[in-house]
Design a protein. Sequence first.
Length: 149
Amino acid sequence: MKRAVAKDIDEYIEGFPDDVQKILQKIRKTIRKAAPAAEEAISYAIPTFKLDGYLIYFAGFQRHVSVYPAPRGVKEFAADMERYQGGKGTVRFSLEEPVPYELITRIVKYRVGENVERASAAKSKSVKKSAKSKKSAKSRKRVAASKKR
């Protein structure tokens, strides 16, 4: 049977057994503490936090909890990522072992840095493009004015 999509993170977490709810709430608090300006949402039917774009997702399952995207392939996280299963952009934490909240904090802070940098680069590119457009408009006006003469 397919679960209905939760309207918010509270409703999502309520759909799990009490022991898993506690873990999911602690992951939520960990993310909130590491990125206090991030906004909560549900995306792809799972909890997410947004800050200059999608920041981090987390989800509960029968035997594990997951955090997405995981910084697999990032040197400073290599040893940590080796310890946990997951796909290319996912890290899975077994419910049979303590959840590494400190690692989640580090992942979130890393993602904040990525998102802020990406947003800053996009803004810078937008400003340059805008300035270039203004120059082009002035050039077109000059050409048009000279043709009228």
